[in-house]
Design a protein around this ligand. Sequence first.
Ligand SMILES: C[S@@+](CC[C@H](N)C(=O)[O-])C[C@H]1O[C@@H](n2cnc3c(N)ncnc32)[C@H](O)[C@@H]1O
Length: 330
Amino acid sequence: MDANGTSSKEEDTQEEVYHFMRVFNAFKAYRRTALHALDAREKNFEAILESHKLMLPNHRKIFDDTRLCIDCNAAVIKEIIKSCGDVFENKQYSEIQEHVSHSSFDSDKVEGFKDVTVLVPGCGLGRLAWELAKLGYITQGNEFSFYMLFTSSFIINQTQADGPDDFHQFTIYPWIDKTCNNISWADALKRIKFPDVNPGSLPFTNKFTMTAGDFLEVYTTEDTWDCVATCYFIDTAHNIVTYIERIFSILKPGGFWINLGPLLYHFSGMAKESSIELSYEEVVSVIKQVGFKILKEDWIKGTYTNNCRSMLQYEYNCVLLVATKPMQQT
Ligand SMILES: C[S@@+](CC[C@H](N)C(=O)[O-])C[C@H]1O[C@@H](n2cnc3c(N)ncnc32)[C@H](O)[C@@H]1O
């Protein structure tokens, strides 16, 4: 890294390889780490008074059940890393652009949208991007986390989709490590089956792509997109103003920005990270100063990866904002 904090291409590549390996190893370590935490829980339970244990005759079974769930999760993770090692390993992060390959069928309904391009930055597991592609838009999801990229690539490309009913193939237990606020252990041991839709049921195969890399680094070309759709994304910025400026710049004149989400600034409170935290009023002021015209503003209650049976519930007051880049800029 030079005096300006700029890193060379070689350093960037090295950093990407480290990042890749960290994520790969974290996936690989899942079973061991999860069992270790479970063993500690079990040990604590075994250490309490016999008279107390007698009051909880079914509690031991939770440990055995959880062990089986961990094995099931680990089996799915093994599939994910098996398939994604080939896709991502030894490639420079920014070079990865996946074309989603699946069987297709024609649909008259979607023809009208055929030229409309939509970018979904920070697309996570890619569901919104997929849904937009399914509607017939030319959609590109963008994501920089290997955790997300490995998993979305697996779901989109590796889950079998030979027939319309060929989904619900895999089972995971997402909440088995959540030991607090359970009404019943059955809630913590609840299973989820995925995919819940057939990833192969896109009307056109060539309309859905994913790119890997930092949104700010990958998307620099002005006047490119008809629409940018951000969902729980804009608060991931170190400086949200840069995101708003970039979204404006890459939109074609007359293009739309649709945003849903809260302002849970991701770098807030992190000692080594810069974080500019604006109020929603300030964000709106920036949006207008950058040149957008706001067309719609609604407030919608939203949750995120929520176990709806938990005694702890987070609910965001999300803004749904639609803005346009005017045809004529002042
Ligand atoms: C809160 S999640 C939302 C994911 C998805 N949009 C959804 O609604 O489920 C934010 C996502 O943005 C990604 N992200 C954060 N900063 C990014 C950046 N600069 N470039 C690309 N992706 C980014 C994160 O890795 C994460 O997957």
